[in-house]
Design a protein. Structure first.
Length: 244
């Protein structure tokens, strides 16, 4: 489940070990751990010397890779570990780490995810509206079920039950994903009012969405909590426009 990227630049800080995997590995400059290129985040230096996120890994020149979550990154910025690691990675090139680097990374990853949702909607792979999603779930046509992070528990639970019925997975506990996006963000991304739930109807689209979704969840550092603990909000959380 990867988003295709351009081939890595030869000047990237690689230190990779061949593993036979389809995605080449990169090494996190903070932890020294190797992971698949698409699961790490590339940092690049702007012409002005600012260290900036390169979430699509397309910026020219040298790049350094990190695989830590936001809390660990902020700690590394505060104690100077990131600056030292980047100074070594970029061979002493003048650089400046913006005070809001963590915010910029989170915003870029959120934009990557919401852009992907918009693309899949325009491609006809997204169902919106509680009734349409429930029908798709019961028909076995849903490959991904997602909910806004400020959704209550009633709507997600009902749709999960319909999904299990359609998949012949009753009694398995199969359920949807609580997205790291609230209904306002989903509504903007999908151009609809009060989007609380969404479903994908194509397995390839699901794979394309999972890549930016998991990267954002990892950076936020709350993947388990976000995926398993829908918050109880107002009882009218399921008023997204039916039939859309």
């Amino acid at each position: 489940m990867r988003i295709p990227h351009n081939e890595p630049l030869s000047s990237d800080i690689v230190d990779a070990k061949p593993t036979g995997k389809s995605s080449p590995e990169r090494k996190c400059v903070l932890t020294g751990q190797h992971d698949a290129r698409d699961e790490l985040l590339r940092l690049a230096i702007s012409p002005d010397g600012d260290v900036l996120p390169d979430v699509m890994a397309r910026a020219p020149g040298r790049g350094a890779w990190i695989g830590v979550d936001r809390q660990a990154l902020e700690k590394a910025i505060a104690n100077g570990k990131l600056k030292g690691a980047l100074a070594r990675a970029f061979k002493g090139a003048p650089l400046r780490i913006p005070a809001d680097l963590a915010d910029r990374i989170e915003q870029a990853l959120r934009r990557l995810l919401t852009d992907r949702l918009g693309i899949e909607l325009r491609a006809g792979n997204v169902l919106l509206g509680t009734e349409k999603i429930a029908q798709g779930c019961r028909a076995g046509a849903v490959t991904f079920l997602g909910h806004a992070c400020d959704a209550g528990s009633d709507g997600p639970n009902k749709l999960a039950q319909a999904w299990r019925v359609g998949e012949g997975a009753e009694g398995t506990g199969k359920k949807g994903t609580i997205l790291p996006l609230d209904r306002a963000a989903l509504s903007v991304a999908l151009g609809r009012d009060n989007v609380v739930h969404l479903a994908l109807t194509d397995s390839a689209a699901t794979a394309r969405l999972e890549a930016p979704l998991q990267r954002l969840i990892h950076f936020l550092g709350n993947g388990t909590e976000a995926a398993e603990s829908p918050t109880d909000q107002a009882a009218n959380d399921d008023i997204d426009t039916k039939g859309e």
